[in-house]
Design a protein around this ligand. Structure first.
Ligand code: NAD
Length: 496
């Protein structure tokens, strides 16, 4: 049974509610995960409150030592964590390693936190009066994460939250819950006091318990747009700070002057890597003018060479299975919708299996051409290995199409024309932009977040936004008079 982590130790759940955790490559159950009830939520919150009283009082120097220790442990054991991720999620181990490394970046940023939380000081703002700001932790904060990055997404938030002195309750996805427990154990080894990092396993009941508790000061959520919107509204209604990152439909705009071999390589990596289960995956290639036919041929050539198989295989495949049978069927449903709406299914991944693993949740790489832009399969997030080519006549038509979408997470332009790229970055209504870079996930010292239905709330993840989100500022105006003058000026009045 995969249980909680409360008071610095594993904790079984008394709820009696569980959910299965699968190996997506075989379709077999690996374990059961506990689903918290209100008693579990209360125990997690009470422990986190004690953890905050302890950890929030530690000096900056002591907290920094724990962060450095955690960084060293994580860096030494990345492979162990990557294998846990691959076993439950299905992504190939090198991809899981990449996820851990991107998370490690945020730990490294957080190690330098004293610089980011030190506030400001204005001496003699008025005579004998100094004004300064303090940045204090919020208290107990909740992180609710999706299945697709069971380590990286929590790592976007908790190193920053902890560095700032908060206590964290992480509610991971019930589909791949083990990475969170492994990380919790690592914090204990690094010297974090009990209760400062808690893992609460569960589903909506656990989430609602956190949203409704007055003890939880802030919620960081990542997941699908409908749930992100619910979390944003419900957490706000309960007076919390909230950042809620949602779904995506990321377009790659290809201008006629682009290097089509480079574009085809990048489109295939960004479209089919992690079986398309990435919020920054490219799902639409917008081909401007005459590039569509040659680009389509180059993408098909590359799809033919893709190897699909279990992520943990010694000879690593390019792409693993999807997370669940239900999700595989949903992805297949979208391909069916595209077909009904008149699209050409150039490469069809429906019904794909891997020899010896027939019960795995497989879906082969799929390429769709000529999808009408009013099709649900174009407008909604599919979250699978499905890439669509949409043909546009001009740069402007492509830009307008991107800007008319409801999501605004990531986008990319491929061109050798610097002027076109500058215009694109200026006019596109999307939060993260790649120029000849297909998956523009910002490094840890810039912040991650989309626009429109891809982010509810004001704060992005990590970087300066992260430290702003996880601290509360106080401004102090203080007068300490000079004993020699007792605050009176040479003229006898009080100086202002
Ligand atoms: P999801 O919305 O189903 O679940 C996310 C979390 O919310 C999980 O912890 C889940 O247990 C919880 N949850 C699910 N239903 C709930 C409900 N009704 N009430 C309260 N909590 C609920 O998302 P998922 O399928 O795990 O992840 C995939 C989605 O996440 C995709 O849409 C993807 O684009 C998105 N995502 C976005 C980003 C980003 O940075 N914008 C990053 C990663 C994933």
């Amino acid at each position: 049974m995969v249980g909680h982590w409360i008071d610095g130790a594993p904790r079984a759940s008394a709820s009696g509610r569980t959910a299965p955790v699968f190996d997506p490559a075989t379709g077999r159950r690996r374990a059961e995960v506990a689903l918290a009830d209100q008693a579990d939520v209360d125990a997690a919150i009470a422990s986190a409150q004690r953890g905050f009283r302890e950890w929030g009082g530690w000096s900056i120097a002591k907290r920094q030592r724990v962060l450095f220790a955690f960084r060293e442990l994580l860096n030494a054991r990345t492979r162990e964590l990557a294998e846990i991720i691959s076993g439950e999620h299905g992504k190939v181990v090198s991809d899981a390693l990449g996820e851990v490394m991107r998370g490690l970046e945020v730990v490294e940023l957080a190690c330098g936190f004293p610089q980011l939380v030190k506030g400001g000081f204005s001496e003699n703002a008025s005579t004998d009066i100094d004004v300064y700001t303090l940045r204090q932790p919020l208290g107990v904060v909740g992180i609710i994460s999706p299945f697709n990055f069971p380590a990286m997404v929590p790592l976007w938030f908790f190193p920053v939250a902890l560095a700032a002195g908060n206590a964290v309750i992480l509610k991971p996805s019930e589909k791949d819950p083990s990475a969170a427990l492994w990380l919790a154990r690592l914090w204990s080894e690094a010297g974090l006091p009990d209760g400062a990092f808690t893992v609460l396993q569960g589903d909506k009941q656990a989430v609602d318990g956190l949203l409704h508790s007055p003890a939880v000061q802030a919620i960081s959520f990542v997941g699908s747009t409908p749930i992100a919107q619910y979390i944003y509204e419900e957490a706000s209604r309960h007076g919390k700070r909230v950042q809620a990152l949602g779904g995506a439909k990321n377009h790659m705009l290809v201008l006629p002057d682009a290097d089509l071999d480079l574009v085809a390589d990048q489109a295939v990596n960004a479209g089919y890597g992690a079986a398309g289960e990435r919020c920054m995956a490219v799902s639409v290639v917008l081909a401007v003018g005459e590039v569509a036919d040659p680009l389509r041929a180059k993408i098909v050539e590359r799809i033919d060479r893709l190897r699909v198989g279990p992520g943990t295989d010694a000879v690593e495949p390019d792409m693993g299975p999807l997370i669940s049978a239900a999700h595989r069927d949903k992805v297949a449903g979208y391909v069916g919708v595209a077909e009904q709406d008149g699209a050409d299914i150039v490469v069809d991944g429906r019904g794909f299996t891997v020899d010896g693993h027939e019960d795995g949740f497989w879906f082969g790489p799929t390429l769709i051409d000529g999808i009408p832009t009013d099709s649900r399969a174009y407008q909604e997030e599919i979250f699978g290995p499905v890439l669509s080519i949409v043909r546009v006549a001009t740069f402007q038509e492509g830009l307008d199409l991107i800007n008319s979408g409801r999501f605004g997470n990531g986008t990319a332009i491929f061109t050798n024309d610097g002027g076109a790229a500058r215009r694109f970055q200026s006019e596109v209504q999307v939060g993260m932009i790649g120029i000849n870079v297909p998956i523009p996930v910002p490094v840890a010292y810039h912040s991650f977040g989309g626009w429109k239905a891809s982010l509810f709330g004001d704060a992005k993840a990590y970087g300066v936004h992260g430290f702003d989100f996880f601290t509360r500022e106080k401004a102090v105006t203080a007068r300490w008079v000079d004993p020699a003058t007792r605050g009176r000026s040479a003229r006898g009045g009080i100086d202002l």
